[in-house]
Design a protein. Structure first.
Length: 393
């Protein structure tokens, strides 16, 4: 593994002739959700400096790719909706001023319901942003309090009622496997989201990440640990219900109507290159992965000095094979056996098929059109199955 830290204008990106995505990390939140381990700060004191630094990093990295077109811009976080419309426009203009942009790029803003007043939604609808990803998580008050969300159940419903008037392309986040939840409550959560005509749902099992408030509460016995069996049941309820409603389960955690798949996330899963802007943001060019420092003050200072605070990892062929297997099995597209042989060699193909055999026998994997895919039963277990198919460097 080769790593490089704080190298002037260094980057993991030299690949040519492709469409790329740009991810912009907004590291601010009004309050900390108990389950979250993403990089963010609840202090907005450095907000102005951060926005300027993000724009400068966008400029500093404009020459990483040659002759490419940016087809997606994604504002993630943190909570990007804490930014004003002028700040968001400024960052979008910075991308347009420094890169070639496709004719109709997908521009996504992650948002929380408490930030989406009608005035804010109207402003967003008049901006270049054309997709909202709204962090609802649950429509039940007790769930939201357990997770320490900044919004309440009524705000969640009110925001969707407003957002659907002005935006067609909306995704909603929901969390399943919440302690003391029931399958009946979970089905009601799904049905409530569907009642607004939402065309895309991203749904994740509640997981206990180290050093989060949730992990501390479980350790102290304040709340119960998560129940994997409950999560599995609710995953299957979600899959059955959404597929009945015409959604395509195109990735482990993502369901969309035709024409509403996330272009940004699909590009990640298909191994396309992207540039990550902001503290903690990751970048990828197919052969190298880079990540920015997870510290707002150090990030701003470094960018002001014209130095990218990035570390770079050179990916071996085995690293790239493992990543392809992991992402492929999470999607409906599966793992192309032909691609494994072409890009990695016959020994990798043989290794994959040999180790997949036991999962095929257990009806967790199957082969269709020379692609290795997960069955309905295997999809929920895809990350664990992938790890059994990995090769060691």
């Amino acid at each position: 593994m080769s790593k490089q830290s704080k190298s002037k204008h260094s980057s993991p990106s030299e690949r040519l002739g492709e469409a790329i995505g740009i991810y912009i990390h907004i590291p601010f939140c009004k309050q900390a959700c108990h389950y979250c381990d993403f990089h963010f700060s609840t202090s907005l004191k450095k907000r102005d400096d951060m926005v300027k630094a993000l724009a400068k990093e966008i400029e500093l990295r404009k020459d990483e790719f040659k002759n490419v077109v940016v087809e997606t811009i994604y504002f993630g976080g943190g909570t990007p909706s804490v930014l004003t419309i002028d700040e968001l426009r400024f960052l979008i203009e910075s991308v347009y001023n420094n890169y070639n942009i496709s004719e109709n790029p997908e521009i996504t803003l992650e948002a929380n319901p408490d930030d989406l007043s009608e005035d804010k939604i109207i402003e967003l609808s008049e901006s270049p942003i054309n997709r909202l990803s709204i962090g609802i998580q649950s429509f039940f008050e007790d769930d939201l309090k357990l997770m320490n969300r900044a919004h309440n159940a009524e705000e969640a419903k009110a925001c969707l009622s407003l957002a659907t008037r002005y935006f067609d392309n909306i995704s909603v986040d929901l969390i399943y496997g919440i302690q003391n939840s029931t399958n009946e409550k979970w089905l009601q959560n799904i049905e409530t989201a569907l009642s607004f005509g939402i065309p895309h749902i991203s749904s994740y099992a509640l997981t206990v990440e180290p050093k989060t408030a949730l992990a501390s509460f479980i350790k102290k016995g304040v709340v119960d640990d998560v129940d994997d069996e409950l999560a599995n049941e609710q995953f299957n309820i979600l899959k059955d219900k959404l597929e009945t409603e015409g959604f395509v389960h195109y990735e482990l955690s993502n369901f969309g109507k035709e024409g509403y798949f996330s272009k940004n996330n699909t590009a990640y899963w298909q191994g396309k290159p992207y540039i990550g802007i902001g503290p903690s943001a990751h970048s990828f060019n197919g052969k190298q992965r880079g990540w920015n420092i997870r510290n707002n003050s150090k990030y701003i200072k470094s960018i002001e000095e014209g130095v990218l605070p990035i570390e770079i990892e050179n990916l071996t062929k085995t690293d790239r094979y493992n990543e392809y297997v992991m992402t492929g099995l999470r999607t409906m597209f599966g793992v192309s056996i032909e691609k494994v042989e072409t890009e990695f060699g016959e020994s990798y193909k043989d290794y994959l098929l040999k180790n997949a055999e036991i999962f095929i026998q257990q009806q967790l994997l199957y082969i269709e059109n020379n692609h290795l895919k997960t069955t309905k039963k295997g999809m929920f277990l895809s990350d664990g199955i992938s790890s059994e198919l990995f090769k060691l460097n």
